[in-house]
Design a protein around this ligand. Structure first.
Ligand SMILES: *Cc1c(COP(=O)(O)O)cnc(C)c1O
Length: 402
């Protein structure tokens, strides 16, 4: 293997995310393959015992074992880091492996975390259940409220953890303010950027320290694999994240890394087109449903903030019907084109009822505080012709009396 392009960071780090997504960190074998090589190998062999010793001592570069590193995975990490404007990245088995690793690698008993209350269900499980069980206290707040972040800081606060836009309420965090506040207090910000990805929003440009991903979503974008990633400074990745990751093993498989490589090639194209389609579908729904939460529409209370942080609105938004769970389920059941599915970021349009799926485990009380009502529906708008999606929604809405 030789690093044909990725090696010269002085040149490549200037490329924009859409270029990085295709070219960043390219690493080719002696065959000069066009597409990324797939190294399905758990281990590696050595010419001599001295090489083994040098690699384990960190004195020589090279592979040792795929829990520590794998060429296909390493190329993906380099690429995601370059897209993000981060110094380093480590791929993870899933988005939740990424969130868990990003938090646990730096926290210990006695620490405190401030987290956005509107978050992916499993992220809420981490802050509500896992961390407190190990003596790490957490405060969940309304992440839209800058003063709430400030008021929640304690002397032992170590981490701020949030998504923006948030799943599924589309709450927007003022990243420049919140990351600035964290810096003042020596707090590390961990941003879950799954809804946007680096082609739509780069939290590090606003001062975020760590950006964590479910690469299952827009990065793969075609519903094939689970994957995750954590980006940070080189020092943080090497000194804080790596000891945890290497010894606990939440690693991404090389095959899944290879699939994500294929997804990244079209990421910008998909994210921009899906944003356009989401805007078209949102404009239609706005005329038909009582409430819509869509960062791309001026009716969203934080529309201006969202659009000042994002290049486009992204494919996901939420809306509400008045008739609660019954009407929401009936609407899903009346769809003919759009699938009922709790995934997002996919090229297919998908809809789900968060209260009975992604946010079921959060419980009714926490859902109420988060703003996840019984009539809320989340939609991921795909790459189909938006006119067909609008026709499907129009028909289904009529079926349920809307
Ligand atoms: C899906 C998702 C996750 C979890 O990712 P997996 O790849 O499913 O483990 C975390 N955060 C957000 C915002 C998500 O949408």
């Amino acid at each position: 293997m030789k690093k044909t392009i990725g090696q010269n960071r002085a040149v490549t780090s200037k490329w924009r995310p859409a270029t990085q997504a295709i070219r960043g960190g390219t690493w080719r074998s002696e065959h000069g393959e066009t597409s990324e090589a797939l190294f399905l190998s758990s281990g590696f062999t050595y010419d001599d015992a001295q090489t083994v010793a040098a690699r384990f001592a960190g004195e020589a570069e090279g592979m040792t074992y795929s829990r520590l590193q794998n060429p296909t995975v390493q190329m993906l990490e380099e690429r995601i880091a370059l897209m993000e404007g981060a110094e380093a990245c480590r791929a993870q088995a899933t988005g939740m492996a990424a969130m868990t690793t990003a938090l646990l690698c730096q926290l210990e008993t006695g620490d405190h975390v401030v987290a956005a209350r509107a978050a992916f269900g499993s992220c809420r499980w981490l802050t509500d259940n896992l961390l407190p069980k190990w003596g790490i206290s957490t405060t969940t707040i309304d992440s839209r409220d800058n003063d709430a972040w400030k008021a929640a800081v304690q002397p032992n606060t170590k981490v701020f953890f949030f998504e923006t836009p948030a799943n599924p309420t589309m709450d927007i965090v003022d990243m420049a303010y919140v990351c600035g506040l964290a810096k003042e207090h020596g707090i590390t910000t961990v941003v879950d950027n799954a809804f946007a990805t680096s082609v739509l929003q780069r939290p590090m440009d606003f001062g975020a320290d760590v950006v964590a991903y479910s690469a299952t979503k827009l990065m793969d974008g075609q519903g094939r694999v689970l994957a995750g990633a954590v980006c940070g400074s080189r020092q943080w990745i090497e000194e804080v994240l790596l000891p945890f990751q290497r010894n606990t093993g939440p690693n991404l498989s090389p095959f899944n890394a290879w699939v994500v490589h294929k997804g990244l090639e079209t990421l910008e194209l998909r994210a921009m087109r899906q944003s356009d389609n989401a805007l078209a579908v949102g404009k239609f729904l706005e005329t038909r449903v009582p409430k819509i939460l869509h960062p791309g529409l001026p009716s969203h209370p934080q529309h201006n903030l969202a659009m000042s942080q994002m290049k486009a609105c992204g494919p996901i938004f939420a809306f509400e019907v008045d008739g609660g769970r019954k009407q929401a389920h009936a609407l899903l059941n009346a769809l003919e084109l759009i699938d009922i599915s709790n995934n997002i970021g996919d090229a297919r349009s998908l809809m789900c009822h968060p209260a009975s799926s992604t946010h079921h485990s959060v419980g009714p009380e926490a859902r109420e505080i988060m703003g996840v009502g019984e009539g809320m529906i989340r939609i991921n708008v795909g790459l189909e012709d938006p006119a067909d999606l609008i026709e499907d929604l129009d028909r289904a809405l009529k079926v349920v009396g809307l």
